[in-house]
Design a protein. Structure first.
Length: 144
């Protein structure tokens, strides 16, 4: 199965102190060591780094540790998918048509990545927001 993991699931999977760690970690494990193929949106790498280095956990995750977490759990194991300039424009046009504003823009970019890679499932902790920005993908969007 082709599975795209959202930033929210990846953070929860990589940080044991996260409240959703037990639900998210099996999904990361499934795509890194199982028969499934895992995908991640390229912009999620920067988002993950930003979140990991500012999480209010003790001890804090240093920039070096965040990079190692990304390399070990994401870069070396998942397929990183990039969007084109055309994709960005189409996502913004799509959101404008729906009247969607704000941070949901980034959810829509992740879902555009899912469309481009023809994944069968998108795993997110933000299921409601994802379904709102791409209702036509609702049957592929799941929570861990």
């Amino acid at each position: 199965m082709r599975i795209l993991l959202d930033t929210s699931v990846l953070v929860a999977a990589m940080v044991e102190a996260h409240p959703a760690h037990e639900q998210a970690f099996p999904w990361l494990k499934r795509v890194t060591s199982g028969p499934d193929t895992g995908f991640v949106a390229a912009h999620s790498l920067a988002e993950l780094y930003a979140i990991l280095t500012t999480l209010p956990v003790q001890p804090r995750i240093s920039p070096t540790d965040a990079l190692e977490l990304l390399k070990h759990n994401i870069i070396d194991t998942l397929k990183v998918v990039f969007l084109s300039d055309h994709d960005y424009i189409e996502v913004i046009e799509h959101l404008s048509t729906l009247g969607v504003v704000g941070g949901s823009t980034y959810d829509a970019l992740i879902l555009r990545t899912a469309v481009n890679t023809n994944v069968e499932q998108v795993v997110t902790l933000n299921e409601k927001d994802f379904r709102r920005v791409y209702p036509e993908l609702a049957d592929r969007i799941i929570s861990p």
